[in-house]
Design a protein around this ligand. Structure first.
Ligand code: ZN
Length: 254
């Protein structure tokens, strides 16, 4: 019994250990870090933002933490931008009854399509009052200065509540397996739309690049004065063939 309690405590400390070891850290600053949730992501994109200051959970937040929350949201936007996605594609906020022993803000894509989304509790954790959006937490702290805990019975009731409603259309069901299959259809459609847009964007980019290259070649020929004597052109051509193209130094953005 004692051993299993120790095991639970060990699991609850996972995020703190990862933060200390720099594991799965995608972006970080002096005050907070974004970690990719690789253990049990509940959607295609699932990150958690952790403050470096030790804060146990949302109930430990005070009004004085508002600037920290602003900073955590900045990091959330940075990681979303890094994925070339829009903030509208994400649900950002906190679990009121979090398992981990360290405050973590979820940045999770709204597809909720993942093999780790196995139980109705997983769904309800992110899609009921058990999940408090960043804006709601911010408003509570601003107005009241703290967040009230939710009674254990209400947490339990919300965790197992049915029917479950799709977050992307009016579909609802009592059967979680049906919802999972339904979410897959949404994801497949969105993914195919995204890949199609990417394909068009890549094609446009390549065509644009071809135009630039074409444009870059033209001045070389244009600079060759037709009226000059043939030996001048010959000399210039031999020089240009050995020179490096302009703009060869690539700037790597980090
Ligand atoms: Zn739907």
């Amino acid at each position: 019994m004692a051993e299993s309690e120790t095991d639970v405590e060990f699991l609850r400390g996972e995020l703190t250990r990862k933060l200390s070891a720099g594991e799965n850290v995608v972006i970080q600053s002096e005050r907070a870090a974004v970690l990719r949730n690789v253990t049990c992501p509940k959607a295609q994109y699932h990150f958690v933002v952790l403050p470096k200051e030790e804060i146990a959970n949302v109930l430990a937040l005070k009004r004085e933490h508002l600037p920290l929350l602003d900073h955590m949201m900045d990091l959330a936007n940075d990681v979303i931008k890094q994925q070339q996605l829009s903030p509208n594609d994400f649900r950002i906020g906190f679990k009121i009854d979090a398992f981990m022993n360290r405050l973590n803000m979820h940045v999770i894509s709204k597809d909720f399509y993942s093999s780790s989304m196995r139980r109705i509790q997983h769904w309800n954790t992110f899609n009921s009052d058990l999940f408090i959006t960043f804006q709601a937490i911010y408003a509570l702290l601003y107005v009241k200065g703290s967040v009230e805990p939710m009674p254990a019975e209400q947490v339990e009731q919300l965790l197992h509540a049915t029917p479950v409603h799709c977050n992307q259309c009016s579909f609802y069901t009592e059967n979680f397996g049906q919802l999972k299959r339904h979410l897959y259809i949404h994801w497949r459609e969105r993914e195919s739309e995204r890949l199609s847009k990417m394909g068009v964007a890549n094609l446009s980019q390549r065509m644009g690049q071809m135009q630039i290259n074409k444009g870059a070649e033209q001045p070389v020929h244009a600079k060759q004065p037709a009226k000059k004597k043939w030996y001048v052109n010959k000399k210039k051509n031999s020089q240009s063939s050995s020179s490096s193209p302009k703009g060869g130094a690539n700037t790597k953005l980090i």
